[in-house]
Design a binder for this molecule. Structure first.
Ligand code: KDO
Length: 330
């Protein structure tokens, strides 16, 4: 477990630049993500967030993990090498284990449930800890979509109806403990691979499959190198808009509320785009020749949830929070 203290943050980018209000001296907000430029979250940030803050800051996105490797964004923000990212609960759980509750299979139920959970007071201690320990503000929740199992095999070779059907399947999962645990909980043999390496991994057969929402399967062209999607919906996945607290603290209160609203508006636009694509893309994938089908969801849900009970992850969850999440409407 790694810890970064806010006091250890070196903040150089703006140190000599004086008040942010000086137009010609606008701070640059570098945002790094493994996502592509055409991903709905990227599009929403570029078309909604960037323009909304343009008067006093320059939004500068870096896609395909070209600036910071996937999984290192939080450290980069904490050390002043990055101002912004869209981070996952799994990445946060590397530093603050209690965040694994939001990375657990079948906990979030929908895009709206994510929003309601994020704005509920139950999130306050989580947000405060990210601020004080990592120097990062979580401004809004972005919807990534329902993750499904996407394999190279045709259904005639592997028909994924229950977790037992995933036995021995080398399933690429992102490289952190919370992700790998989820892969095992699904019944598969999880293999850590960076997002930008998935396509080649599928093409060469170094992995048998991967899990991501349908908009990602299409945007990253995984459908070119896979034959089926079993609609397991094992994680209604999210990213938090993560913003440097050191930069935030240099903004005027008015600028802070502009940044806050810009993040929420971008998240809303991205959510709408992503939901629409999720709806449309089953037909697109079938047209591409993939078999897209629903497994025994009850078997998956029961099995996945049972793996978390009594796990080290569950031990890190604050008392009562899971019940509160479950009680929140969607
Ligand atoms: C992935 O690596 O599979 C993942 O979907 C994990 C998410 O947390 C997120 O980082 C995402 O990749 C990237 O934004 C690319 O879409």
């Amino acid at each position: 477990r790694r810890f970064l203290m806010a006091s250890a943050i070196t903040f150089t980018a703006l140190a000599a630049s004086g008040p942010l209000a000086i137009a010609q001296d606008k701070p640059v907000i570098r945002m790094s993500t493994p996502a592509s430029e055409t991903d709905q979250r990227s599009v929403a940030l570029a078309t909604v967030f960037g323009p909304a803050i343009a008067e006093f800051a320059t939004y500068q996105p870096h896609y395909n993990a070209s600036l910071v490797p996937q999984g290192s964004e939080l450290e980069a923000i904490a050390s002043g090498d990055l101002e912004m990212s869209i981070t996952s609960a799994q990445e946060l759980a590397n530093f603050l284990p209690e965040f694994s509750i939001f990375a657990t299979g079948y906990v979030h139920r929908s895009a709206q449930h994510q929003v309601n959970v994020f704005s509920d007071p139950l999130m306050d201690p989580f947000k405060e800890k990210v601020e004080s320990e990592l120097g990062v503000k979580l401004l809004a929740v972005m919807y990534l979509g329902k993750r499904h199992v996407n394999l190279r095999f045709p259904r005639s070779e592997k028909n994924i109806m229950t977790p037992a059907d995933l036995a021995g399947v080398n399933l690429r999962m992102p490289g952190s403990d919370a992700w790998q645990f989820l892969g095992r909980a699904l019944g598969a043999n999880p293999t850590p691979v960076a997002f930008t390496e998935i396509y080649t991994g599928l093409q060469t057969g170094s992995v048998d499959g991967q899990d991501n929402p349908l908009p990602t399967v299409v945007d990253a062209k995984f459908y070119e190198v896979t034959k089926q999607v079993s609609l397991t919906a094992h994680l209604v996945d999210l990213n938090y808009v993560a913003f440097s607290k050191a930069v935030w603290d240099k903004l005027t209160p008015e600028q802070q509320s502009t940044v806050q609203k810009a993040a929420e508006d971008a998240a809303q636009a991205g959510r709408e785009g992503q939901l629409k694509k999720e709806d449309e893309l089953v037909a697109f994938l079938k047209d591409q020749g993939l078999e897209v089908y629903e497994p025994d969801l009850n078997a998956f849900r029961t099995h996945v949830q049972a793996q978390y009970v009594g796990s080290d992850f569950a031990k890190a969850w604050p008392e009562g929070v899971l019940d509160k999440i479950n009680a929140i409407a969607d």
